[in-house]
Design a protein around this ligand. Structure first.
Ligand code: PNS
Length: 167
């Protein structure tokens, strides 16, 4: 398949309906889209293993033939070069996202051979949805069924059960 190959990178711990909104929008525009899971998210140790995060994404994108799922270690710019991808896709939810995304995009451009980042606006209904908030609400007993795919919710419930039994 020819045409630009876009990479949508993230921690996806776990993938949310907000992520899926961006994946679907990007898959409509770019003929090839790789959802790339960072192996070790910088922020904190992930709730789900790399394999679990990838599996949840694969299940979520099963109906999108031009989307593949992969993972990367180290710099995103190096990964793009390795797989010969053309650009990065990121989602913007609110204006405050823009500030950090702008420096990240410029750094990635500088680290790569001029690779651009395309920004897509998430639907307003997902503007407040993030994996970290979803996890916090879920573990405090809140209903997150509107914010994650159904199979992700089931995986979260299994994780909660195993964590409860472990303590
Ligand atoms: O879902 P997240 O946690 O917001 O995703 C952040 C991610 C994975 C896109 C970002 O941390 C990243 O690109 N990490 C790879 C390391 C890297 O290239 N860092 C320099 C970025 S300028």
């Amino acid at each position: 398949m020819s045409g630009p190959h876009a990479v949508y990178p993230g921690s996806f711990d776990p993938i949310t309906n907000g992520h899926m909104d961006i994946v679907r929008r990007a898959a409509r525009v770019f003929p090839r889209l790789t959802v790339a899971v960072v192996v070790n998210p910088q922020k904190r140790s992930p709730l789900f293993t790399l394999e679990e995060r990838e599996r949840m994404i694969r299940e979520s994108v099963a109906d999108l033939p031009n989307v593949r799922v992969d993972h990367f270690r180290g710099l995103l710019a190096d990964y793009l070069k390795k797989i010969d991808a053309d650009l990065i896709v990121k989602g913007l939810r609110v204006v405050s996202d823009f500030e950090s995304e702008m420096s990240t995009a410029l750094m990635n451009r500088s680290l790569s051979k001029d690779v651009d980042t395309a920004f897509m606006m998430a639907s307003a209904e997902f503007s407040f949805v993030s994996s970290s908030l979803v996890k916090e609400v879920f573990f405090l007993g809140g209903d997150v069924s509107a914010f994650v795919p159904e199979h992700v919710l089931r995986t979260m419930e299994l994780r909660r059960r195993s964590l409860t039994h472990a303590t």
